[in-house]
Design a protein around this ligand. Structure first.
Ligand code: 8CM
Length: 360
């Protein structure tokens, strides 16, 4: 059976191993433009040996940014700095991916280290939009404007235009951010979606935005390249979305062109009291979804131990392991994991400039 350090083939794309840099957010852009911070941050992790590097949550429209410092892809001018990053990632053996995002009612917030709270409109912030005029609560009290159907179509068009730009920028792996309480998750979860039209109420209606957006993106994203979704598969809250419901959603996303599911969880409301935190706590959930849908998976959350990561792949609970914080602690985690796992691949995981010097 394949392990953490073995190749992974999806469509026409081959990852050199099963270790992926999870899409994060660096809160370091101006007007959506990624810069040298992103180049070094992402480039370092390609040099460190990850098989897949997914560029952070990148907003499809300006009002979809979590903070004013988010990266974006709503302008053609955003393409060249993104292309510089994708080119470097490829040069050092990683497949370049990007996550497309819209934050909905969680947009217009300060950076985490500057309060993480809503910024007032006119003071650097903006009016937010969402399926229903219901605030997130806690530090994000803004009541969003309810999107009408024209506005829903506008955002879906923005996802499509963003996918075309991602392709033009050289990305080979696309992830749509349908998780963590952002816009698509706000449509999916009854805790945020109180609509009574075709986009709210029944399961079929709550998943409409997600299915339509994926199908529209699939038309412009080449069949030969993976199209993936990060989904919060459970809200961990009574009345919220459940794993059972998400299994049905994943089957329908698969029929609409999904190639892999990034299995995530939670954050549609401030209540995270029922999340069963612990090392690799989402691995069993990914395993069930992978088994019951036949869709390949990636999974993260509190995975730091190479043995746990290797066993998750080897025992077929997941196809890929996503690391975020652990790769911030150690960009060379893939190399260190290979050493700890006693793999001969440790010799070749680093670029030649480093490999010849660190050879044991
Ligand atoms: C940023 C902040 C909070 C999140 C996020 C991000 C970026 C990507 C993502 O999730 O998937 O939950």
């Amino acid at each position: 059976m394949a392990g953490l350090l073995d190749e992974f083939l999806l469509k026409d794309v081959v990852l050199r191993n099963r270790i992926a840099v999870s899409p994060m957010c660096q809160y370091s852009s101006e007007n959506g433009f990624p810069n040298d911070w992103h180049f070094v941050h992402l480039g370092s992790r390609a040099v460190g040996g990850a098989g897949l590097v997914v560029v952070e949550a990148t907003a499809v429209s300006p009002e979809g940014r979590i903070s004013p410092a988010d990266s974006g892809i709503w302008l053609d001018d955003h393409v060249p700095p993104l292309a510089r990053i994708s080119h470097f990632l490829k040069q050092y053996g990683a497949v370049p991916g990007i996550q497309l995002a819209h934050a909905g009612r969680k947009a217009s917030a300060n950076k985490p280290w500057e309060g993480d709270d809503h910024i007032e409109t006119g003071h650097g912030g903006w009016d937010t939009i969402a399926p229903s005029p219901v605030a997130f609560g806690a530090n994000l009290p803004k009541v969003p404007r309810e999107m009408n159907v024209q506005e829903i179509a506008r955002i879906q068009d923005a996802f499509v235009a963003a996918a075309k730009r991602a392709l033009a920028a050289g990305f080979e792996w696309l992830e749509l951010h349908f998780a963590h309480g952002y816009l698509a998750h706000q449509f999916y979860s009854p805790l945020a979606n109180h609509r009574t039209d075709a986009y709210g109420g029944s399961f079929d209606n709550r998943i409409r935005f997600l299915l339509e957006t994926l199908a529209a993106v699939r038309k412009v994203w080449p069949e030969r390249l993976p199209l993936t979704v990060r989904l919060s598969v459970t809200d961990w809250i009574a009345g919220g979305v459940t794993v059972e419901e998400s299994i049905e959603l994943v089957r329908r996303l698969k029929a609409a062109g999904l190639d892999l599911l990034d299995v995530s969880q939670g954050f549609v409301t401030p209540d995270i009291s029922k999340v069963p935190w612990g090392p690799g706590f989402m691995i069993p959930v990914a395993s069930r979804i992978r088994r019951e849908t036949g869709v390949p998976t990636a999974v993260g959350w509190m995975i730091t131990d190479p043995h746990q990561a290797n066993e998750a792949v080897r025992d077929q609970h997941t196809d890929l392991v996503l690391l975020a914080r652990e790769l911030l602690r150690d960009p060379y985690w893939p190399y260190h994991a290979a050493v700890k796992l006693g793999s001969e691949k440790a010799e070749t995981i680093l670029p030649i400039q480093y490999a010849r010097a660190v050879k044991r």
